[in-house]
Design a protein around this ligand. Structure first.
Ligand code: FAD
Length: 507
């Protein structure tokens, strides 16, 4: 008799309630990961995230082997895979962690039915969020909280989230694997080559995937007690050469790190110390995560403008040329281009850097649909931490489509970066063609006299693009457009957004 624990997110042995539920009956444990072709075709994964993902599976497999088990990686649709496994493995129980994304919900519903039709017990436990998102909404009398403040009020009513459960450090004898299956290489995690990634084409790895690295990284930051206690997100820098925030996001995204573990580690650091508070504190960042997860779980079409009840309908005008220039760091605004280059090379950019480029693409300068920045080969593909709920929620925020309404506050692609990096070291790092520009022109190289451009070895319009739009003119024009969209009200759909939707379904 066997119990399958189905890993999807939650790639960890610490604080994994569903995994603990899998060993309760002392049946042989079959830890499973399904390489579902849906994800290969419907979600875009860039090379950096594929690497992070394979490293995370390898780490999980190693850690399980240390307990006398292993990870079984199987290719196929979940329905096909389970139909076979239910026949072949004498399965009595199936456990998994709750996933609130729409594809996951419908997939899990089908698998639950299938399992029950085979008399298999199904156990689902919340582990990817601090609270059960349904309970938060219930505590709000059935309404989805739409502001951070209301979220804060709700969680203070609910009290702290459940404490992390014990780490799986050993397996009862009956749960350990027996026989050849324990070493059969046909179930090994995939290599990058198998996933179609040419390893030679990837940049050096800055963030190694997996639970082991996640816990090390958490420890490293929690040791910096003063830093943690003084953390104020708006005071961190978008363009420092080393990250000014934790970069725990990819680990939280894949569930290599439990958000509850992080939450309670923060409480330990805060204990008997004065510290910052939400929304700016580190604990406050976890509440942002929880906020977007909660809204996303309860909102239809959360990752689209149309049919999304929380999203303002704004008549964006899709222009592939503008989108491509932004995507490939060729807007002619060095700060924007440097951020987009860092994203493509390294897979992680600072929160405020995300703010600036998202504002620039949408309401600030280029007037492109936020859905395009979020998806189409850009954030969703390139971010190591690309997360369905957080990506869509933050894009709506930045484009003033939902949650944030002060559309007149536009980031300057020139002045904003100077606040934390006057000399432009960040630009020099990511756009080496501009590295010889004097400080006075590094953010606006097109203003440099030709003699300065020649001396710097980079002629604007030839070696680096001219600005794709004039920021001052674009900003003013877009403010008028935003003002009209706000006046037109929340739920009206414009012809061009219908057009966008048509095009979207083609992709
Ligand atoms: P820290 O400041 O160290 O925060 C710790 C954790 O809190 C993060 O790892 C993250 O899980 C959570 N967190 C922090 N800020 C936010 C936030 N604004 N919203 C939700 N959770 C937050 N984050 C993602 O994880 N995946 C995404 O796909 C994503 N897309 C974004 C798109 C845009 C346009 C913007 C503006 C932000 C996006 N964010 C996304 C949120 C945020 O930028 C990242 O979570 C953060 O920069 C990750 O770095 P960190 O781990 O060092 O954060």
């Amino acid at each position: 008799m066997a119990t399958i624990h189905w890993f999807r997110k939650g790639l960890r042995l610490h604080d994994n309630p569903a995994l603990l539920a899998a060993i309760k009956e002392n049946h042989e444990l079959r830890p499973l990961y399904i390489l579902d072709p849906w994800f290969m075709t419907n979600s875009r994964v860039g090379v950096n995230r594929w690497r992070f993902f394979t490293q995370s599976l390898d780490d999980l497999d190693n850690n399980l082997r240390g307990l006398g088990s292993r990870l079984f990686v199987i290719r196929g649709t979940p329905e096909e895979v389970f139909l076979n496994l239910f026949k072949d493995w004498d399965v009595q129980r199936l456990t998994w962690e709750v996933d609130t994304e729409p594809y996951a919900c419908s997939r899990d519903e089908k698998i639950e039915k299938l399992a029950r039709s085979h008399n298999i017990e199904v156990v689902c436990q919340v582990g990817h969020t601090l609270y059960n998102t349904e309970q938060i909404i219930k505590a709000n009398l059935g309404k989805t909280p739409l502001t951070y403040q209301s979220m804060q009020a709700l969680v203070s009513k609910l009290g702290h989230p459940p404490k992390p459960v014990d780490t799986l450090v050993s397996l009862p004898r009956g749960c350990r694997l027996q026989g050849e299956i324990a070493t059969d290489s046909k179930f090994d995690p995939p290599t990058l080559a198998e996933l179609g990634v040419d390893e030679g084409s990837i940049e050096p790895c800055l963030y190694v995937g997996g639970e082991t690295e996640a816990l090390k990284r958490l420890d490293k930051y929690m040791e910096r007690k003063t830093w943690v206690c003084r953390f104020e997100k708006p005071k961190t820098s978008p363009n420092s050469l080393q990250p000014s925030t934790t970069v725990l996001s990819p680990y939280l995204k894949f569930g290599c790190l439990s958000c509850r573990t992080m939450y309670f580690r923060l409480l330990e650091v805060y204990k008997n110390n004065s510290h910052t508070n939400p929304p700016v504190s580190l604990l406050g960042q976890l509440l942002w995560r929880e906020f977007f997860y909660t809204v996303a779980a309860a909102t239809p079409n959360f990752d689209h403008m149309e049919g999304n009840p929380v999203c303002r309908q704004i008549p964006w005008i899709r222009d592939d040329k503008l989108l491509r220039a932004w995507e490939y760091g060729k807007t002619g605004y060095p700060f924007i281009d440097a951020v987009m280059t860092q994203l493509r090379k390294e897979g992680w950019i600072h929160h405020l850097a995300r703010h600036v480029v998202a504002c620039f693409l949408t309401r600030g300068d280029l007037w492109q649909p936020w859905e395009d920045g979020m998806k189409v080969n850009v954030f969703e593909e390139l971010l190591l931490d690309a997360d369905w709920s957080l990506n869509a929620g933050n894009w709506m925020w930045l484009s003033a489509s939902a949650f944030f309404h002060q559309y007149f506050r536009v980031y300057s692609p020139i002045a904003f970066g100077k606040q934390t990096d006057k000399h432009g070291d960040y630009i020099r790092k990511y756009l080496p063609q501009l590295c010889k520009y004097p400080e006075s022109y590094i953010y606006e190289p097109w203003k440099a006299p030709l003699s300065v451009q020649k001396a710097a070895g980079c002629i604007i319009g030839q070696d680096y693009p001219r600005p794709i739009v004039d920021h001052d003119i674009a900003r003013k024009h877009n403010l008028q457009r935003m003002s009209k969209a706000f006046a037109a009200g929340k739920n009206k759909t414009s012809p061009s957004s219908k057009e966008s939707a048509k095009k979207r379904t083609k992709k």
